[in-house]
Each structure stands twice: as structure tokens, then as C-alpha cells.
Design a protein around this ligand. Structure first.
Ligand code: FA5
Length: 351
């Protein structure tokens, strides 16, 4: 019997030495340790032995079993490593120091100025709000003091949808919702309403170097007790000096908008021609950038705010025109052209 054990051990070692892959190794494992394997067979053959012999023999068989199991475990590890190495060798060679060659794209100039404005206003305590592009007639017009048949509706050629809703023609369409959202904290807790809401606007109008039918505005409002025009001028000045980081010429002139009283037009001296006149500024040397004014009492009232107690300012910054001025883009239509070649010139400070 002992010879049988030694013979089996030698035979196992020879076979194990020849195993070249995990499948062959598994066959060996089954042949020795499986239910019908040689080692299991040895144990079955013990029936004929005396109790003494059984004990000594059983010990030896168990030693063999442990030996075989350990050897198989070692060999499994060795073959797995070999297989992984073989797989790696089959892969094409990588040079990890090579540039990845990914075409990462760049931020759109409007995104860049929008983020810049958001950063500036956030640092002055304004919240940034998001608003739908599809709005109701009430939101876009009536709630900002432009009743039906008011001539000011002609100022904005609106795209109407079949269901009677419309594509937002100005970001002022979000004003009413913002007042309603924050009026309780204003009235009950004395927290001023300070919000900006950038968004895409749509107008059915003829395009030229400074007019698009799809463009971006950024509305801003501040409401509290005793807000005056000087607050408005302070925020406008801070925003422009932060965005341009250089001296720029601006002018404030009276402007009419039914939702503000008094209303102003804030123009910027055209940075494309230096104020001499060019197609980008319609030869005037100035570009209308940010109309603004003191919020009309009717608008506050429709927002649930008592105009006897509170006042506020609002502005409607032309973000697309701001991007033109900041980046020296002569024709507004380039911004919506989708031309990756021209847009790829712009990269942000971030990422
Ligand atoms: C308005 O849309 C008012 N809602 C702005 C406002 C808000 C006034 C709050 C007072 C208080 P206006 O139509 O002028 O106003 O547009 C505002 C700015 O958006 C313009 O000065 C201009 O910079 C930009 N803008 C207007 N129309 C276009 C267009 N077709 N293409 C590009 N930019 C435009």
C-alpha cells in the first residue's frame, strides 16, 4: 500500500510538471482529488485493512491529499500569472507618456461670460436661478406690466406655440416667479431679494451683425426697503469692471420699458471699432448692452410685494452682446454658427 502512495505521488508530480494551462491543471485536480479520483480510490481500498493499518495508512493518504492540494494551489497561482502575462503581451504596446490625443473641445464664449457674471454676482450675494424657455403670456408680458394690446408688445416679435404658450422673448418673463419665490423671506425675515437669471431668448426678427433671433440675456433683480438708483449703478459698474478688467466707456440714458420707472438704457462704447462706428454697433459707436431701471410698482404688486414698503431695481443684460465685446467678435451670428473652428479659439480659465 505504501508503495502505491509513493507511486501516486511521483506520478502526480510528473503530471503536474507537464501542466501548461489552467484547464489541464483542473483535469489533474479531478483525476486525483475528485470523487472518482486516485486518492479517493486509495481511501476506498482501506476496507480490507486492520484497524491499526487503517490508522497509519489513513494518515499517509491524508498527507498525500494535503500535498496534492497545496501543489495544485501553487500551480494555479503560477499559471494564472502566466496567463495574465500572456494577455498583456498580446495587447498593442502603450506609451503612457504619450499625449492622449483627445479632442476636448472648448467652452462657448457665451458660457464663459455667463459663468464670469454668475461668479461676480454670487460674490455679491445674488442667487442664480434657472427658468423655462417656454412660458405663458402672463409671465412674459402681463406680469411685467405689458397688458394685452399694449404697444410695447410690438417691441418683441414673439414666437407663439400652437398651445398658446410662447418662447421666452426676454428673461423678464421670470421676474414674477422670482418675486413669489422669495417674497415670504423678504417680508417675514427681512432678507432682500437678490437674484440673477440667465437664459436663452427668442425673437422673430431680422438678423444682422448685432441681432440674432436666438440670444442670451441675464436678468437681475434686487428688492428691499430703500433700494435706489445708486444701488443699481453700483452693481452695474462692479459687474462691468469685473468682466472686462479694464476701463470701458459706458453711458446711461433714459429708456422706456413698461416694467421699470424710471428706465434706462446702459450702452457700452463699441470695443470692436473703439467707438468710431462699425457694422457691429450699427455705425453708432455704442452698443445697447444692459437696459435697467427701478421696478415698476405694478410689477412688484403682481409679485405679491407691497410697493409702498419695498422698492427694487431690475436689469436685462445682453449676454450675447457682452460676449461679442469681451472677445472682439464682430458678428453676433458667428456665435450660433456652430463653427468649431472659430469657437475653438475660446478657452476658459477653468479646467
Ligand atoms: C429687454 O428685453 C428687457 N426685458 C430688459 C430689461 C430688463 C429692461 C429689466 C429693464 C429692466 P431689450 O429688448 O432692449 O430689453 O433687450 C435687452 C438686451 O438684450 C439688449 O440691450 C441687447 O443687449 C440684448 N438683445 C436684445 N435683442 C437682441 C437680439 N435680437 N440679439 C442679440 N441681443 C439682443
Amino acid at each position: 500500500m505504501e508503495e502505491k502512495i509513493i507511486g501516486l505521488k511521483n506520478q502526480f508530480e510528473t503530471e503536474l510538471g507537464k501542466a501548461e494551462n489552467l484547464a489541464e491543471l483542473e483535469n489533474i485536480r479531478v483525476a486525483y482529488l475528485g470523487k472518482k479520483g486516485s486518492i479517493t480510490d486509495l481511501l476506498k481500498g482501506m476496507k480490507a485493512l486492520s484497524n491499526e493499518e487503517k490508522k497509519a495508512f489513513g494518515q499517509k493518504v491524508n498527507q498525500l491529499k494535503t500535498f496534492v492540494s497545496d501543489k495544485i494551489a501553487d500551480k494555479t497561482k503560477e499559471l494564472k500569472e502566466k496567463e495574465i502575462e500572456a494577455e498583456i503581451n498580446l495587447m498593442p504596446e502603450f506609451d503612457l507618456s504619450m499625449p492622449a490625443g483627445l479632442d476636448r473641445g472648448s467652452y462657448h464664449p457665451i458660457t464663459l461670460v455667463q459663468r464670469e457674471c454668475e461668479r461676480v454676482f454670487k460674490s455679491m450675494g445674488f442667487t442664480v436661478e434657472d427658468y423655462s424657455e417656454v412660458v405663458t403670456d402672463y409671465e412674459c408680458f402681463e406680469a411685467v406690466n405689458i397688458p394685452k394690446h399694449h404697444p410695447a408688445r410690438d417691441m418683441q416679435d414673439t414666437y407663439y406655440l400652437e398651445n398658446g404658450q410662447l418662447l421666452k422673448s426676454h428673461t423678464s418673463a421670470a421676474q414674477n416667479a422670482i418675486y413669489r419665490k422669495y417674497r415670504d423671506s423678504l417680508v417675514n425675515d427681512g432678507v432682500p431679494i437678490k437674484a440673477i437669471f440667465p437664459g436663452r431668448c427668442f425673437r422673430n426678427e431680422a438678423t444682422d451683425a448685432c441681432h440674432e433671433n436666438t440670444f442670451f440675456q441675464m436678468e437681475g433683480v434686487m428688492v428691499d426697503k430703500n433700494i435706489s438708483i445708486s444701488n443699481l449703478i453700483y452693481f452695474m459698474k462692479t459687474m462691468l469692471s469685473e468682466v472686462f478688467r479694464k476701463d470701458i466707456k459706458v453711458r446711461l440714458r433714459p429708456g422706456f420699458f413698461p416694467f421699470v420707472e424710471p428706465g434706462f438704457e446702459l450702452d457700452i462704447s463699441c470695443l470692436i471699432c473703439g467707438g468710431d462706428g462699425c457694422p457691429s454697433c450699427k455705425q453708432s459707436g455704442w452698443l445697447e448692452l444692459c437696459p435697467c431701471g427701478m421696478i415698476h410698482p405694478n410689477v412688484l404688486e403682481m409679485g405679491g410685494i407691497d410697493p409702498e414698503e419695498y422698492t427694487g431695481f431690475a436689469f436685462g443684460l445682453g449676454l450675447t452682446r457682452l460676449a461679442m465685446m469681451k472677445y472682439g467678435i464682430k458678428d453676433i451670428r458667428d456665435l450660433n454658427s456652430g463653427s468649431l473652428k472659430s469657437l475653438a479659439q475660446f478657452t476658459g480659465d477653468e479646467e
